[in-house]
Write a protein that binds this ligand. Sequence first.
Ligand code: PRP
Ligand code: MG
Length: 214
Amino acid sequence: MKKEKLRIAIQKSGRLNEDSLKILKDAGVSIDNGKEQLKASARNFPVDVLYLRNGDIPQYLRDGVVDVAILGENVLVEKGKDIIRGEKLGFSKCRVSLAVPKSMKYNGIQDLEGKKIATSYPNTVKEYLTKKGITADLHIINGSVEIAPNIGLADAICDIVSSGSTLFKNNLKEAEVMLKSEAILAISPKISEERQQILDQLQFRIKSVLNART
Ligand code: PRP
Ligand code: MG
């Protein structure tokens, strides 16, 4: 009989990738990075690691194709409200913010009424603006969002802010912090009982790592 393995997804490339591998390693899960680059297995723990695009991960969790993932909370807020939340992992801290050109006089959210906002986080922005009673025109783009005001595509943007250097370089200023985010364990609502048992062991180890880090 084939031994049951937990399927864990981590970001393929980007800011979460390295810290995700590090926390797994610290939890005693050594991943063999073989030739098969998008899938790897651990030598000493029953897990397979899948390297996926951030934005695709909520759907894999929803479908139960992946059991657990290390993901930014911001992604769950945007498209994974039905995904189970596990431990917060303390890295990849960032904000999801609205930003406007430095030259704009910004007095408050009412200044965005009727404006064009470029973002990769349409659901998050919509929910925030609706709560504030503001209607804006959203332009969905997948990257390099901060360039939008400079090229006349939008009046404002909503994106992740970490060091703030991308805003700075594009002559933008943070206008509203909509949410704060960090890496989190995201768990499939369809995880099987056998795999949940493996996950329990992994979570126990991760908690010890987190305790040791503080
Ligand atoms: C991310 C994010 C912001 C930037 C924030 O972009 O979309 O643009 O990082 O980080 P900072 O505040 O430290 O500058 P990324 O560089 O990953 O590129 P992309 O948006 O084109 O995917
Ligand atoms: Mg960016």
